[in-house]
Design a protein around this ligand. Structure first.
Ligand code: NAD
Length: 282
């Protein structure tokens, strides 16, 4: 039976340490979150981020716009937030409405305030082996979990399923940075299970039920990033937890695994940016 990697416990530990660190700051770090439209899931995510931030002493400003907002207004707001010394970190909640050029909006964020590591400048640093100011929240959260359970990636075969800019690609890059041998699979991959069966560590970021126990070798470490509601309204991940947990050595549950780590990473990143900006202005 696999050891369950407890994301909630680790999140609480990280947040408690951050809270103590923030108490010693002269000013509160400030995270600005832009929410466009009325997608219920986005609103829940934004509310959770705000609540978590304020519990540990980070001030969170939520700026809301209707779905029909003009791109120019959004770009102007980001420009203002970039030049506002009180704001340390900026997050644009995705998805954005279709008429808005997502990459243009993201790239309007100053790289020094880009808390998600989404701007082309910060991604460029990430993928060329230079240090971005912060690392993308979900993949960084996965590394925190692996470190907590002392799972070393060096020389291991890490199979990442999913190639999004949000999770799959940066997760693959961070695993490469840890000297893993990395294979990235996606919707066009043929014979997926032939590949997953060779994984020492399997990271699944798809958003549908995909991973069964016959797709993996014994003692694989299974990281389930997926989160969605099934047809019965139950929150679940990509992995068939019941069967896979009997064969894996470690596994993340959904909910309670990677999700809490993403939010913990966001707070870590806000504090990192705050410190970087203060270092520059002192
Ligand atoms: P996405 O839709 O952008 O990417 C999904 C990826 O899965 C794509 O690269 C696609 O090629 C691949 N894919 C789809 N069907 C496949 C199949 N049958 N076989 C192999 N690959 C397949 O999604 P995303 O933003 O990367 O998010 C993925 C999942 O992770 C979603 O469920 C999302 O809700 C979840 N997520 C969770 C967290 C968290 O904190 N836990 C954070 C971000 C995303």
């Amino acid at each position: 039976m696999a050891i369950i990697m407890d994301g909630k416990r680790l999140r609480d530990k990280i947040l408690s340490n951050l809270k103590s660190e923030i108490e010693a700051f002269t000013k509160k770090p400030v995270l600005a979150v832009i929410l466009v439209g009325d997608d219920p899931a986005s609103r829940i995510y934004v509310n959770n981020k705000k609540k978590t931030a304020e519990n540990i002493g980070i001030k969170s400003i939520v700026i809301e716009y209707p779905a029909n907002i003009e791109e120019e207004v959004l770009l102007k707001k980001i420009k203002d937030l970039n030049s506002d010394d009180e704001v340390n970190a900026i997050l644009v909640q995705l998805p954005l409405p279709r008429h808005i050029d997502k990459q243009k909006v993201i790239d309007a964020i100053s790289p020094l305030k880009d808390v998600d590591c989404f701007t082309i400048e910060n991604c460029g640093k990430l993928y060329t082996g230079l240090e971005p100011y912060v690392y993308p929240c979900t993949p960084q959260g996965i590394l925190y979990l692996l470190d907590e359970y002392k799972i070393n990636l060096e020389g291991k075969h890490v199979v990442v399923i999913g190639r999004s800019n949000l999770v799959g690609k940066p997760a693959a890059q961070l695993a490469l940075n840890r000297n893993a041998t990395v294979t990235v699979c996606h919707s066009h991959t043929k014979n997926l299970s032939d590949i997953t069966k060779t994984a020492d560590v399997l990271i699944s970021a798809v958003g549908e039920v995909l991973i069964e126990d016959d797709m993996m070798k014994d003692d694989c470490v299974v990281i389930d990033v997926g989160i969605f509601r099934d047809c019965n309204g139950k929150v679940r991940g990509d992995v068939n937890f019941e069967t896979v947990s009997k064969k894996a050595s470690y596994i993340t549950p959904v909910p309670g695994g990677v999700g809490p780590m993403t939010i913990a990473s966001l707070m870590v990143n806000t504090v990192k940016l705050y410190k970087e900006q203060n270092k520059r202005s002192s």
